[in-house]
Structure formats: C-alpha cells, structure tokens
Write a protein that binds this ligand. Structure first.
Ligand SMILES: Cc1cc2nc3c(=O)[nH]c(=O)nc-3n(C[C@H](O)[C@H](O)[C@H](O)COP(=O)(O)OP(=O)(O)OC[C@H]3O[C@@H](n4cnc5c(N)ncnc54)[C@H](O)[C@@H]3O)c2cc1C
Length: 364
C-alpha cells in the first residue's frame, strides 16, 4: 500500500506534521521507536508563540495537559552570583513531556493517523516515492517527513563528532509552593533550569518542579553533580525530594539547521537543534511539523511536484524559523565570554531590565 506520507518520530514535530496532514485529508503513517507515556529530557517550557498552534493540534479529549498547565510569567537568570529577572509576557506554559507527547500522540490517532509505537525505522530508500524499512516490515509513501529528533540512527551520517561532549539530564522533584518562574542557573560548563510543573492525574497539592540540565560530560553526569556547580542551586536542591527517576541524553550537538535532505522534509530537532535555554525547541518542532504538512498539501492534491514542495518548505523554514537559531547562538556567545568581560555586562543588564527583556524577546 502506498500512503501519502510517512512521518518518522512521534515527538512534537512528528505528531504536529501528522495531525495537520491527516486533518487536510492525507493518508498518514506515523512511526515511533519508543512508547508513550514516557519522560523525555526537557525543561518543559513551552513558549507562548506556539500555544495557539498546540491548542489547535490537541484533540478536545486530550487537551487537559495544556488546560491544567502551570503558566510561567517570570524568568530569573542566575549567573556569577547575580540575578537578572524579567517577565515572560505573554506567559509560557509548563507541560510535562510525560503528558505532552502522549496527548499529541492520542490526538494524532483521533485525527485518523495510522500511528504505530515501538516501530523503529531502519533505513530509507528512494527520492519519492520512498521505501521505508522498519522493525515490523517495509512501508511505501509518496512523501517523507523525518522528525526523528536530534540524535537518531537516521541522522548520524550528517552529524560531525563533537569536540566537547555535552549531556542533558532531567528529573522531577517535590518543592513546596514553587513560584511561577523559570529559573536558569548558569555556570562554566553548563546550566540548570528549574520550573514548577503539574503532572496529569496528580491530586497532591505539594509542589513539583522539573529540573533539567545541560552540562559538559567531563563536569557532571548526575544531577547531584550539577547542583554543586552553583551555590544558590545547591542550597535550593537540599529541600527537594525525588519524584521521578532521572533521564539523560547525549551527545547534544549544535549545527546549522538543515530543513531538507534527499527530498525528505526535516522537522523539529532533526532539522536543527536550538540551544535548550531559549526554551523554543518544542515550539520550533510544532511549527516546523505543521509547516511541513501545509507545504505538502498542494503536492497531495496533484498541484505541485515533490522537488518544488521540498524547496518551498526550505525557503519558508529559513524565513520563519532561522532567526531563532541566530539569536540563540548570539546569547550563547555572550555566556561564553570570560568572567571579567561578563561581569560589567551583567551589571549593566541588572540596571536595565528592558535590555534583558529585549534579548529574551529576540529569541521568540
Ligand atoms: C536539556 C534539554 C532541555 C530542554 N528544554 C527545553 C525547554 O524547556 N523547552 C523547549 O521548548 N525545548 C527544550 N528542549 C528541546 C526539546 O526537548 C526538543 O527541541 C523537542 O523535543 C524536539 O521535538 P522533536 O519532535 O523534534 O524531537 P523528539 O521529541 O526528540 O522526538 C523524536 C522522536 O523520534 C523517535 N525516533 C528516533 N529515531 C527513530 C527511528 N529510527 N524510528 C522511529 N522513531 C524514531 C524518538 O523515539 C522520539 O520520540 C530541551 C532539550 C534538552 C536536551
């Protein structure tokens, strides 16, 4: 059987593409290696600009994680013993990946997507139509969207081995009455984010925080080793008790975004991985998935060729999503400045919160 599109990966990018394409009338096969619900390494900060799209993607029966999400209206950046505070306006949502990915997955099923979990794509052949070999057999499609994330067996060839090895670690902890704030603790060799989060079905009124770190592998491999990197974080963590086993991922590699490869539309982290501290990865994944589906619609209707569709997607991706990558890489460069240069800059930012707000807005 030849379906219109196969989408590889059932994260925010893949499910966004699948739901959008299925609602537009396409026959969609969505293949996911893992199983939902599950925790994923993430700060769980969903920025405001994609909340409208998320509302639209989630089926009414599966919209509770967004409805019940903690709204994050403040950001505090802890760096070199100083605190920069700014508003997050409009507020972002804090949604546990345990709930978000599962809600999107079930919404895809409700939209009529043939969604299969525990199915790993092993190889791809063709440049349209495509043959996709998986652990449960071969499938064929007129178009292909690769939304298999940052580090998949399918994307390894395009990724150069990094000079420094970075890893991501996250877990949930109990903290009484956390403020509705995303708190980012920066230190040489990484950062750790802390924000309140709610998990579906939880009745306890005790507070829960998501703690996620991106850290150089030679500096830390556990959250306890991360906490000691910043005194105020260490003090805060002493009051926490564990609510979930930690999950980790590595390596974290930054490279120029690549929205298309061999006639395959790349979406989400598979297209490009943005610095996690800007909190825009989920938003970019949702937006690029939906964009891929809308670019494919004329192709399915016989009104455009696949090569034209793919180059149209690349153009739109570069116009609408590339600016986020550029802004976040500038902020990363600032954080890497030597401490002696960083200090006066921080003093200036402390006195002029409008500049901090502007910098945060530029990553949106
Ligand atoms: C430490 C850290 C903190 C972060 N914090 C934030 C944050 O606060 N806010 C934010 O917006 N972003 C954050 N991000 C980024 C965010 O997690 C990603 O950008 C987002 O998950 C991208 O979604 P995706 O759908 O592209 O990929 P993923 O969510 O990774 O989904 C890809 C899916 O593809 C599946 N897959 C892989 N290979 C195959 C295969 N061969 N066959 C079938 N399935 C396959 C995987 O199992 C996976 O489920 C953070 C990232 C890190 C590392």
């Amino acid at each position: 059987m030849l379906c219109d599109v196969i989408i590889i990966g059932g994260g925010p990018a893949g499910t966004s593409a699948a739901i959008s394409a299925a609602r537009a009338g396409a026959s969609v096969l969505l293949l996911e290696r893992g199983r939902y619900p599950r925790h994923k390494v993430c700060g769980e900060f969903v920025s405001a600009e994609s909340l409208g799209l998320l509302t639209n993607l989630l089926d009414r029966d599966h919209a509770a994680p967004l409805r019940e999400a903690v709204r994050v209206s403040q950001a505090r950046l802890f760096l070199d013993g100083r605190t920069l505070q700014t508003t997050v306006d409009p507020p972002a949502a804090s949604i546990a990946r345990l709930d978000l990915d599962a809600a999107l997955w079930h919404s895809a099923e409700s939209a009529g997507v043939d969604a299969r979990q525990q199915t790993t794509v092993q190889s791809i052949a063709g440049i349209g139509p495509f043959r996709v070999a998986t652990t449960i057999g071969e499938f064929r499609a007129r178009a292909l969207v690769n939304a298999s994330g940052r580090w998949s067996n399918l994307n390894l060839a395009s990724v150069e081995a990094p000079r420094e090895k970075w890893l991501g670690i996250k877990a949930h902890f109990a903290e009484p009455c956390p403020e509705p704030s995303v708190d980012l603790y920066f230190f040489d060799g990484g950062y750790c984010g802390v924000q309140p989060v709610h998990v579906s079905g939880e009745v306890s009124s005790a507070g829960r925080v998501n703690v996620s770190a991106m850290v150089r592998a030679d500096l830390a491999s556990t959250l306890a080793e991360v906490f000691v990197q910043y005194p105020a974080l260490y003090e805060r963590s002493r009051g926490w008790s564990s609510l979930s086993d930690p999950v980790s991922t590595s390596p974290l590699i930054f490279r120029s975004p690549q929205p298309e490869r061999d006639a395959v539309l790349m979406a989400g982290d598979a297209a490009g991985f943005v610095d996690p501290f800007v909190g825009d990865g989920i938003s970019l994944a949702l937006r690029s998935g939906a964009l891929a589906a809308s670019c494919l619609a004329p192709f399915f209707a016989g009104e455009a060729s696949l090569p034209d569709t793919v180059s149209g997607y690349r153009e739109l991706y570069e116009r609408s999503l590339l600016p986020v990558f550029r802004a976040s890489s500038k902020i990363r460069q600032m954080l890497r400045l030597p401490r002696t240069v960083r200090k006066p800059l921080l003093m200036l930012l402390e006195k002029a919160p409008a500049i901090t707000r502007y910098a945060v807005r530029k990553t949106r």
